[in-house]
Ligand binder design. Structure first.
Ligand SMILES: C[S@@+](CC[C@H](N)C(=O)[O-])C[C@H]1O[C@@H](n2cnc3c(N)ncnc32)[C@H](O)[C@@H]1O
Length: 382
């Protein structure tokens, strides 16, 4: 059975545009659903992720059918990838299985295997069970359990987790306080284990495959996820891993690392992760690495002038740097913070730094008088 036929059978709604989504949402007979959904989407836009959101989106089969493709916009591309993979022998475990769509797809594709889904929320587990019933699957079971400290006393040929890590980790992800994602990688790769990586290591058969699709928004957070796995002896195989690129109706273009990992001694190092990340997807101009690969290229960029600004605001202490850079006839004004922002603000391909000098000084002036800036000093190197 093809993927679109499977999604049709599950009755997952498909929206061509955000306008169509909002219109159909407000046309639903239950007005509370629209009100709650709108509040949650606003929350998410401001970066707040809450495990209880899943309780609402997946609390019934109807909600799942309506929201799944919107809240899990990677769904179709993920199923396409899974469809082309040859999974190793043995049963399948999905951690944080939500409404069970991915698990049900695999149960249908591999009738000879048992698929087990585990999720924290009882209401979500019930929805997944109803979905399995709707599809007439008998080789699948869903259990309510907390993944931290889970001991199933069994190992699996294949383990999956999709968009789970962000909900489980309470710690900081991403920047370690460097001004450069490239400089940050070696430290990020030494991350310590997490309850999720420990659970994977414990339940993955000796020759098993762990497939993760986790929201890691920058190369440093991919590195810390890889570090968490490697610290428990599970190592991603970059040759078979890929950056999944997709577009959400509400969220627009996005990409997430689809990492295929095994129990292996081999470790991913900073250089190979960087190469993989730079080659693995079509970068857009705003991408941190598209910016950095230019600034840190083999070409001799000269720092014409650079300032560092100490910042104190409601998020705590931080620093920002503004560089005026030159290489032959090219000029750049490059802005970076140790909270992860990296941006080429102005650029020119003729006349070098001179052309951008006024804009650079203007930017320095604005920053100097910004109320959260507490300290300004000149720096000389990248
Ligand atoms: C964002 S949803 C993703 C669901 C599904 N994998 C998908 O992609 O559609 C994350 C799921 O992980 C579950 N979850 C979060 N923290 C968990 C934990 N500590 N133990 C078990 N499940 C958890 C949530 O209840 C939720 O259903």
């Amino acid at each position: 059975m093809g993927i679109s036929e499977f999604l049709d059978n599950v009755e997952i709604a498909h929206f061509e545009s955000s306008e169509e989504f909002w219109e159909r949402l407000h046309g639903l007979p239950n007005k509370d659903v629209a009100v709650i959904a709108r509040t949650i989407f606003q929350d998410r836009q401001s970066g707040r992720v809450n495990p209880l959101h899943s309780a609402f989106f997946f609390e019934s089969l109807e909600n799942t059918q309506f929201f799944h493709n919107v809240v899990s916009p990677y769904l179709t591309v993920l199923l396409q990838e899974l469809d082309t993979m040859q999974l190793p022998a043995g049963d399948i475990l999905e951690l944080g299985s939500g409404a069970g769509v991915v698990a049900c797809f695999l149960a249908q594709k591999y009738p000879e295997k048992t698929v087990v889904g585990v999720d924290l929320l009882p209401v979500v587990v019930q929805t997944a069970q109803k979905l399995a019933q709707l599809l007439g699957l008998s080789n699948i079971e869903f259990h309510q359990a907390e993944i931290a400290g889970l001991h199933l006393e069994k190992t699996f040929g294949c383990i999956l987790s999709v968009a789970l890590r962000e909900e489980m980790s309470s710690g900081r992800q991403g920047s370690f306080g460097y001004f450069s994602a490239i400089a940050e990688l070696p430290q990020a790769l030494t991350a310590v284990s997490s309850p999720l990586s420990q659970c994977v290591a414990e339940h993955l058969a000796a020759d098993g495959l762990y497939i993760s699709l986790e929201r890691c928004h920058d190369v440093a957070s991919i590195a810390s996820w890889v570090g968490e796995l490697q610290s428990v002896g599970v190592s991603p195989d970059l040759e078979s891993s890929t950056m999944l690129v997709f577009s959400g109706v509400l969220t627009g273009p996005e990409k997430m690392p689809l990492l295929l990992s095994t129990h292996a001694d081999a470790r991913v190092d900073a250089e190979s992760l960087l190469q993989w990340r730079m080659n693995g997807s079509n970068e857009t101009q705003s991408d941190e690495l598209a910016v950095e690969s230019r600034v840190y290229s083999q070409r001799a960029w000269r720092v014409v002038k650079a300032m560092e600004f100490g910042i104190r605001d409601e998020l705590g202490d931080a620093a920002a740097r503004v560089y005026l850079l030159e290489c032959d006839r090219e000029g750049l004004v490059y802005f970076t913070t140790n909270r992860g922002a990296r941006e080429i603000v102005f650029e020119t391909s003729f006349g070098g730094a001179q052309i951008l000098s006024n804009k650079f000084e203007h930017m320095l002036g604005e920053l100097t008088y910004n109320p959260s800036v507490v300290d300004v000093r000149s720096i000389t190197s990248l």
